[in-house]
Design a protein around this ligand. Structure first.
Ligand code: OAD
Length: 237
């Protein structure tokens, strides 16, 4: 039997587009990171094995930019939702702008820039806050080189089961700023229930999952508007 849907529970599922207006590059837009870098050079285990300096430099730049950025009106609106609802943020983002805005329940499925991890023991994590770079020669307590705490292509996403569990019970799902082109993270949205209110806010999307209402436009404009309606007890669709 499926678990009960909880009308007071909202899952907010986010991607790089929610942080775009904080000045952080997305991946697949025309000015996105994957236009400037090849995935296979910086975001795979093979890249790490063949050129760790380049991989570290790529993520050191991302960590510094994320530290210098600030949450925007879309992150802040998501935080405000907690005044009235149980809110679970599931994010593909590796920045910490949701947390810095004040969201208290954030699940990262693609890792976090502000941690380094042992390249030999996944349980050894180290805080690399305030934009601090990871250098070749930085090692864990067992002597292995530290790597970014990031899910690379070909690696398993993190917290999938926890994220799925929240989606199947959510009364509302708000998806923000993602092209939904990376699986299995994108596929998890299909786990939401048919009678949940489901909205996607993004500028551009190739394939919308069924049952979701698409609102095209800027996150800092549309997210506060939808969330304002929800806080006022209105349905958006
Ligand atoms: P993408 O770059 O694929 O998609 C960003 C989405 O945000 C697109 O749909 C844009 O149209 C939209 N967008 C851009 N600016 C926006 C704005 N101001 N307001 C609203 N929407 C806006 O980024 P993700 O979908 O997050 O994974 O990418 C998913 C994963 O691919 C990332 O987590 C990363 C990447 O490779 C890993 O590194 C494992």
């Amino acid at each position: 039997m499926k678990p009960e849907i909880d009308s007071n529970k909202i899952v907010v599922f986010t991607g790089a587009g929610i942080s775009a207006e904080s000045g952080l590059q997305t991946f697949r837009d025309s000015n996105g990171l994957w236009n400037d870098f090849r995935v296979e050079d910086v975001a795979t285990p093979e890249a790490w094995a063949s050129n760790p300096e380049l991989v570290l430099q790529f993520y050191n730049d991302r960590r510094k930019q994320a530290f210098d950025a600030a949450p925007n009106a879309a992150h802040d609106a998501v935080t405000r939702l907690e005044e009235k609802y149980e809110v679970i943020v599931i994010t593909q983002n590796v920045d910490d702008l949701h947390e810095r805005s004040g969201s208290t329940n954030v699940i990262h499925v693609h890792g976090q820039l502000k941690y380094a991890r042992s390249s030999n023991n996944d349980s050894l994590l180290y805080l690399y806050d305030e934009g601090k770079p990871i250098q070749v020669g930085d090692v864990c307590d067992e002597g292995s080189q530290l790597r970014p705490h990031i899910v690379w292509f070909g690696e398993n996403i993190q917290n999938y089961e926890l994220a799925r569990k929240h989606l199947v019970t959510a009364g509302r799902v708000l998806v923000v700023g993602t092209s939904l082109s990376v699986y299995p993270a994108a596929g998890i949205l299909k786990k939401a229930r048919f009678n949940a209110e489901k909205i996607i806010i993004t500028r551009q999307i190739d394939k919308k999952p069924s049952g979701y209402k698409l609102l095209r436009g800027s996150a800092t404009t549309l997210v506060p508007s939808v969330i304002g309606d929800w806080l006022n007890g209105k349905k958006v669709i």
